[in-house]
Design a protein around this ligand. Structure first.
Ligand code: HEM
Length: 438
């Protein structure tokens, strides 16, 4: 038990047994309590889609994400409390709105590309790709969802999120042991202070916006104007700050990770890289990657999709049984955790041929046809599916194409990045690569 907890704190992914990659459903025991892991696509659909109301978000979400952004924000709320916030947040995520954001995505990518190209000598520069991608997607989220306002200290923002995420393993261990949230653990005070900083930043943005409306409505304006149809209640400033923090964190960290893994996987596969470059040259030429080009970069999109299969930025979807129920052949008692381990579903032996190899052709339209929906779910499924899924895919395609055209990313010899699940699937210690101008 002690070594299990030590591994859970260090890297929860390493506690996942092999059976998750072979079986339909596995019952694990944590501190004498069952936890069901569901991998079979039909059962995954049952949990997340058909009977979603019977499987609300698990307490671990309240203890990890809820502790940072409150239990009433769009990511953490349930039922009617969640529904009106979801509806209120939807306008900026409509397809035509997202297409209007493409120039901002392309500008942020050009800026990163320019910075890296300027710094690179003929031998290249060594950078942490995950850091560079976080900075780029952070710029995009601020430019698109907050009309470019806020004057954030991007590096500090990123650092504080990392401090918070670094303590997730401890929170998971306390939850497994059924210990109360107030218990101390290493890094807790620093994580709390960091979270205080993030919340204060969001509160500042809300206050500034109240004092000075933006010229065109953005996500924050939609949230400010929203009212619960049942009670007529609007969000308080604290709720606005919590939701804003949810969107800023959920909206840049995940996409940055998809890009990070995609750049590394492509650099490891010269054939894929050749096809990517050929497609970008044909579709976008030398001009900016605009909305029409993003739509036609079909192979680039497949690369992003395949990268998210092997390294899903959100590797686990935690739910809990709301009442006694039957799932597949198992009888499950109320309040038992039921988790969808996306990372294992995406590398499952029965669902994918050569599950650990990188092959973007799996997502060619013909190949993807007939695959059960529950076999691939980087954005989740059902009513709680990611609100930013289309935004993220287009953003990743635009940034990837813009950077690949200008720069060559070369893996550092001997460095094999290790995925670590701290809410998101980060490369342990970052992802160092050498960057050269093309
Ligand atoms: C590659 C990028 C992304 C990935 C892999 C991802 C993944 C996910 C997943 C798996 C969920 C569902 C969690 C659950 O059911 O428990 C989710 C929810 C959510 N995501 Fe994303 N996400 C990405 C990008 C974004 C972006 C760009 C935004 C916003 C700008 C965003 C905002 C949200 C929000 C607000 C929710 C909660 C939705 C709700 O409960 O109604 N995400 N995301």
């Amino acid at each position: 038990m002690f070594s299990f907890l030590r591994t859970l704190v260090r890297n929860p992914l390493e506690t996942w047994p092999r059976a998750l990659f072979d079986e339909s459903m596995v019952r694990l025991h944590f501190a004498g309590r069952p936890v069901f892991m569901v991998m079979d696509p039909a059962l995954v659909e049952d949990v997340l889609v058909s009977r979603a109301a019977l499987f609300p978000k698990a307490p671990i979400i309240q203890r990890t994400i809820g502790a940072a952004v409150g239990n009433k924000s769009i990511f953490t709320a349930e039922g009617a409390d969640w529904r009106w916030q979801r509806r209120a947040s939807s306008p900026p995520f409509r397809h035509e709105k997202i297409l209007g954001f493409v120039p901002a995505m392309s500008r942020a990518a050009e800026a990163t590309g320019g910075r890296l190209a300027a710094a690179a000598s003929p031998d290249g520069i060594g950078i942490d790709v995950s850091e560079a991608m976080m900075a780029t997607t952070f710029d995009v989220i601020v430019a698109t969802m907050l009309s470019g306002e806020g004057g954030f200290d991007t590096e500090r923002f990123s650092r504080e999120i990392t401090h918070y995420f670094d303590t997730i393993g401890w929170i998971a261990a306390l939850t497994v042991l059924r210990l109360p949230a107030w218990m101390p653990y290493p890094g807790k005070r620093r994580a709390r202070a960091g979270n205080g900083f993030l919340k204060a930043e969001m509160a500042r943005v809300v206050a500034e916006r109240r004092a000075r409306p933006s010229p065109a409505p953005d996500l924050l304006d939609f949230l400010i104007q929203a009212a619960d149809p049942e009670t007529g209640r609007a969000m308080t400033d604290a709720e606005l700050a919590d939701n804003l923090l949810t969107f800023v964190v959920a909206g840049h960290e995940t996409t940055a990770l998809a890009l990070t893994w995609a750049l590394w996987l492509t650099a490891m596969s010269p054939d894929v890289e050749r096809r990517v470059l050929q497609e970008i040259a044909e579709v976008a030429g030398e001009g900016p990657v605009d909305a029409a080009a993003a739509d036609r970069l079909v192979y680039v999109r497949q690369v992003i999709q395949e990268a998210m299969r092997l390294y899903p930025p959100a590797p686990l979807i935690p739910r809990v049984a709301a009442e006694d129920l039957v799932l597949g052949t198992e009888t499950i008692k109320a309040r038992t955790p039921v988790y969808v381990p996306v990372y294992a579903v995406h590398r499952h032996r029965r669902l994918w041929s050569h599950p650990d190899s990188f092959d973007p052709d799996r997502f060619a339209p013909d190949a993807a046809r007939g695959r059960p929906r529950g076999a691939y779910l980087p954005f989740g499924a059902g009513p709680r599916i990611c609100i930013g899924a289309s935004f993220a895919l287009i953003e990743a395609v635009v940034i990837f194409a813009t950077l690949m055209r200008r720069l060559r990313f070369v893996p550092v010899a001997g460095h094999w990045p290790k995925p670590n699940t701290r809410l998101t699937l980060r490369p342990d210690g970052g992802l160092p690569m050498t960057v050269l101008r093309r």
